[in-house]
Design a protein around this ligand. Structure first.
Ligand SMILES: [Zn+2]
Length: 76
């Protein structure tokens, strides 16, 4: 698990990681492209920090709000 100095979505994008978002309600895991997430958050004028993403992320499966975000390598 990689989490050094990755505290915002643009850091993930810059270092070429995907976001792995784990629902703290049901444990569902999704992977999101950091660049696409950055564009989406900018469009919503939402903060890019991982902490706020963890607070705001809402699970499509169980509706729980709150998640854990870690980095995962992009497989090319
Ligand atoms: Zn969930």
């Amino acid at each position: 698990m990689v989490r050094h100095s990755l505290d915002s979505v643009n850091e993930f994008a810059r270092q070429g990681y995907n976001l792995r978002i784990t629902c703290s309600g049901c444990g569902r895991v999704i992977e999101a492209n950091a660049v696409e997430m950055m564009v989406e958050l900018n469009r919503r004028r939402a903060p890019l920090s991982i902490a706020s993403l963890e607070d705001r992320a809402k699970c499509r499966e169980c509706g729980h709000r709150g998640a854990t975000v870690t980095a995962c390598e992009v497989n090319i």
